[in-house]
Write a protein that binds this ligand. Structure first.
Ligand code: ADP
Length: 342
């Protein structure tokens, strides 16, 4: 029976290394030879981190390998990308598993390149269509007035979708963002003004700052993320509603929240909201000029800043979208620690 298990493990396409309590190699299968460069019997009894030439492996093992070690280069072949997992079993022993994910990464890259190329190719023809439509004054051709207005609004929408897709492609390709100071006070003031501009007096807008920190990151991308939340709050809140923009920070981290008293979202939709083109109501999103990509952009920007999005919402009551930052992303601010802007 034991032999049958061993034979099955040897035949696995994934590399499998049995590791003892001292992080020494007790046994490994055939795939561990080709993927991790291990040789039988030479590497038996050696420390895993000495036998397998993967940068960061020692530290990862010492820290217990709790999260998988993703997208590492195989020691034997630089073209091969691996995901590593450490699975503990009896008395300090563990199994080190390595899977070849090169094909998955290639397909993923093809998908990303395709979306980026299509969006890029659509940009020029759309600019031309948009440009000509702007030359025509709808009032001068009364019989086509409503058609021209509709064409204009649809070409604007398409342009916005293409721009959002290009933003997402850029964020996808970005690994580390510029770590410049993003001053919170002027940012919140701009968001407040943006909200007023979009609302055109239909809502009560307020904002406040509590805490003496700025953010570290890309001001363009953080502004784009926050303004998407502000734009959503305005678009999904009926006339007469309230919208509040808040920045709160202390030594535990920072949070930029946008709260509205709008339509709200029922709980079953919340986990899917940040998926591309996911909308609760397609018609409501379209009517208000949505592309269905705003919250995906927010999610990507926050991921690049080691931050995450929290959503609280109740149908018919309203929503709060919060961008939550770790203390490592905060910088002491030059401005007063507490301020109500409105
Ligand atoms: P869209 O361009 O459609 O607004 P988003 O990605 O920004 O796309 O948002 C996804 C969906 O989440 C929206 O279509 C809408 O159904 C819902 N949503 C986002 N923000 C709010 C909000 N503040 N209140 C209610 N629903 C919201």
């Amino acid at each position: 029976m034991l032999r049958a298990f061993r034979d099955a493990a040897v035949a696995l396409p994934d590399a499998m290394v049995a590791v003892d309590e001292n992080h020494r190699i007790a046994w490994f299968n055939t795939a561990a030879g080709s993927l991790l460069g291990l040789q039988h019997p030479d590497n038996l009894g050696e420390l895993v981190a000495d036998a397998i030439a993967i940068p960061g492996l020692r530290q990862w093992m010492d820290e217990g390998g709790i999260d998988p070690l993703t997208d590492v280069t195989a020691p034997a072949d630089a073209e091969v990308h691996l995901n590593l997992r450490l699975i503990p079993y009896s008395e300090g022993h563990s199994l080190l598993l390595a899977r070849d994910v090169s094909q998955i990464l290639r397909v993923e890259k093809m998908r990303r390149d395709f979306v980026a190329n299509v969006s890029h190719e659509l940009r020029t023809p759309l600019t031309v269509v948009h440009g000509y439509l702007d030359l025509i004054e709808p009032e001068q051709i009364p019989e086509f007035e409503s058609i021209i207005r509709e064409l204009r609004s649809q070409s604007r929408r398409m342009t916005q979708i293409v721009e959002d897709l290009l933003t997402l492609s850029r964020l996808d390709a970005e690994e580390a963002l510029p770590k410049s100071r993003v001053a919170i006070r002027p940012l919140v003031t701009t968001l407040h003004r943006d909200a007023e501009g979009l609302s055109r007096g239909r809502h009560t807008i307020s904002s406040s700052i509590k805490g003496g920190h700025d953010l570290r990151g890309s001001s363009r991308d953080l502004y784009s993320a926050f303004s998407n939340l502000v734009s959503n709050a305005v678009r999904y809140t009926p006339v007469g509603g309230r919208i509040h923009i808040v920045w709160i920070s202390d030594s535990n981290g920072g949070k930029l929240s946008v709260t509205d008293t709008g339509h709200g979202i029922s709980a079953q939709h919340l986990p899917r909201l940040t998926e591309r083109f996911y909308r609760v109501s397609t018609s409501r999103s379209r009517e208000t000029g949505g592309t269905g990509l705003g919250l995906s952009i927010v999610k990507h920007v926050l991921q690049l800043h080691d931050a995450h999005l929290e959503i609280e919402s109740e149908l018919g009551v309203g929503s709060t979208f919060s961008c939550v930052f770790k203390p490592s992303q905060l910088l002491p601010s030059e401005f007063a620690a507490e301020e109500v802007l409105e």
